[in-house]
Design a protein around this ligand. Sequence first.
Ligand code: PGA
Length: 257
Amino acid sequence: MNRRYRKTIIAGNWKMNKTPSETKAFAEQFKAILPKTKWCDIVVCVPTVDLSAAVRAFKDSRIAVGAENVYFEKSGAYTGEISADMLADLGVRYVIVGHSERRALFGETDEIVNKKVLAALEAGLNPIICVGESLAQREMGVTMELIALQVKSALAGVSAEQMRRCVIAYEPIWAIGTGKTATGEQAAEVCTYIRSLIRAQYGARIARSVTIQYGGSMKGSNAHELLSHEDIDGGLIGGASLDPKALMEIVHAANQE
Ligand code: PGA
């Protein structure tokens, strides 16, 4: 983390978990244990049907609500899809784009990810753009090439001003939901590389202002070590974000320096 230049953001990603009633209950419990001091920004990304409940429940708090997906078209005959304007109008502030589960299970290509990033930015949302390699790709030694491809294509056509609103989440696929966390060094190496890619495209000032998160089995016990690295500015947390106490432990781990 480097609080001088950029925000530390702890973001939960509930995936396909919790009903609207459970969302309300989570919010009450989480707000009750929220520290008064602001160490970091907190975002809770929830399933589409839980968004209204989450926005309502977190309204009087400093916790921002995020969506887990968005469609890139503005409106029209796209049965079942949700536009960025719809999310923004609801009071949603962030949206996860290009999560590896959407890439692997729902056929999201780098081109689709780029369209979604642009649509989110245009609607005033802050995209959390996920990138990351599989175990096979890491073992083949192509991690950095793959990350460069994913980052550069996701950001095609994104202006310097818009870049300030983007969050990048480095999520090695082999660490997601497996309990296998990347070591601080492994995660930091890629996060530093991502910042260098942003620097090459947008210059040093913007690169140092961008929040780059790590995601993949982050929890209270490993968050402190991961966040102690200069280029790891927070986390995108799946499993541990479902329990208010477990998520709060990670928020507490951001209270360092
Ligand atoms: P995990 O998920 O924390 O359960 O590994 C992270 C993510 O997929 O965003």
